[in-house]
Design a protein around this ligand. Structure first.
Ligand SMILES: Cc1cc2nc3c(=O)[nH]c(=O)nc-3n(C[C@H](O)[C@H](O)[C@H](O)COP(=O)(O)OP(=O)(O)OC[C@H]3O[C@@H](n4cnc5c(N)ncnc54)[C@H](O)[C@@H]3O)c2cc1C
Length: 390
């Protein structure tokens, strides 16, 4: 990387706002991505596979459930978790998704709402990457409106019996335990479903052109019988799953800026070396305009992520503020990826460069964890007092 590019990547000197420990976690994650993810990612993306064995390496680095305390988790602050998410997504959104789902969507509900026994059984193994978790909320007919879910859990003696289907579940096909949200006569509750439970099956969704280095699956629950203590005792109602999504979305606010940074760096380097009409394309005003627009949005988005991270560490962050961060940073990251793609010309559509992969991945990131439309309406409600989405 040239000095000009390195300066552009932290144009505002945001690095100086980080503590030594935060920088250490950031640098360690960045090194892992450079050494372990970048050399292989095009192949994994093309083959449509997530290398399951990397889970243990992520665990050894302390990145799984890193913002949780105890049970083998690293117990870092929120900004460190955000910085790690950014670096992972600079590699590929699939890796950040794996870590988000494991830490915020599978481990967090166990940590926050689980019994001591459930925590002891699952959290240490999940923190180490020995066990993988997934989060089953979305259904074939209920995405933006998960409260309408059909999956049900009914009592049969002391057991629970679950029926229904969950769709688009990250890590589903490789999960050792699924956190499944189901309708009960006490409202929506979370259940821990180990992979080998009779009546539980997964089917991978293979033909996707986005987040290819990530496993996405359908979960099928067909008279799936669980012991009475499989339910998470600490939550009932939609508050439970929504609180988990809020945790994971916080990681996306940062992660999206990682994908954006990778695209910006690629476009800036390319523009400096690609010669047309006898000059590097970086010398043309239209190219500079694109690069500067990227610089401005990348800098603003990274500052926004840091601001929300400091608020989370101070305990003042609201879910609506997270919605603002997710909406803005994913939208701008996608814009940066598409614009970077144009600078790379035909090379931009190949896997030799990271931009089309990031652009395709960001299409999923724009949709999952609340679509951009839903976050717009959440913010609309926050400032007008009127809910426009129901
Ligand atoms: C790769 C990938 C991984 C995923 N991983 C998981 C996971 O691990 N666990 C999980 O539970 N889910 C997961 N999801 C599902 C994701 O959360 C849903 O796709 C998302 O919530 C949107 O639901 P939907 O796709 O059914 O779209 P729909 O809800 O059908 O929406 C379709 C369109 O209509 C718009 N729309 C809907 N309602 C309104 C409204 N009231 N006002 C305005 N516009 C509206 C939406 O914004 C969208 O543009 C994943 C999805 C993808 C693509």
């Amino acid at each position: 990387m040239t000095e000009t590019v390195a300066t552009a990547l932290d144009f505002l000197g945001i690095d100086r706002e980080l503590s030594e420990e935060e920088r250490l976690i950031r640098d360690t994650t960045r090194r892992f991505v450079e050494q372990r993810v970048l050399p292989e990612i095009a192949v994994w993306f093309e083959r449509g596979e997530f290398p399951r064995e990397v889970a243990k390496e992520l665990g050894a680095l302390g990145l799984l459930g890193m913002h949780l305390e105890g049970y083998g988790c690293a117990g870092t602050n929120a900004v460190s978790y955000g910085l790690a998410s950014l670096e992972l997504e600079a590699g590929d959104s699939g890796f950040r998704s794996f870590v988000s789902v494991q830490g915020s969507l599978a481990m967090f509900p166990i940590w926050k709402y689980g019994s001591d026994e459930q925590k002891r059984e699952w959290l240490p193994r999940m923190a180490a990457g020995d066990a993988v978790g997934c989060f089953g909320l979305t259904e074939p007919d209920f995405g933006s409106n998960p409260a309408g879910m059909r999956t049900s859990a009914r009592r049969d003696g002391s057991d629970w019996v679950l029926n229904g289907a969950k769709m688009w579940i990250t890590n589903g096909g490789i999960a050792d335990v699924a956190v499944v949200w189901a309708r009960t006569d006490q409202g929506v509750r979370g259940f821990l479903v180990p992979r080998d439970t009779p009546g539980f099956a997964t089917r991978n969704i293979d033909r996707k052109l986005s987040l290819r280095a990530s496993v996405t699956s359908e979960l099928v629950l067909d008279d799936c019988r669980l012991p009475g203590d499989a339910a998470l005792p600490g939550t009932s109602g939609m508050r439970g799953p929504l609180s988990c999504l809020n945790e994971a979305r916080f990681g996306i606010v940062w992660g999206a800026m990682g994908a954006a940074r990778a695209c910006f760096a690629s476009a800036l380097e390319y523009a400096g070396t690609r010669v047309q009409f006898g000059r590097p394309i970086a010398a043309f005003q239209l190219t500079q305009q694109k690069l500067v627009d990227m610089l401005v949005e990348l800098s603003k988005g990274t500052l926004l992520a840091l601001h929300l991270g400091r608020a989370k560490d101070a305990g003042t962050l609201t879910s609506q503020q997270v919605s603002l961060g997710k909406l803005s940073n994913v939208r701008e990251a996608l814009e940066i990826a598409r614009s970077a793609r144009t600078i790379l010309g035909a090379n931009g559509v190949t896997l030799e460069y990271p931009v089309i992969r990031h652009a395709n991945n960001l299409e999923s990131v724009l949709t999952y964890e609340g679509t951009s439309e839903i976050h717009t309406l959440v913010l609309g409600q926050a400032i007008t007092g009127i809910a426009a989405f129901e």
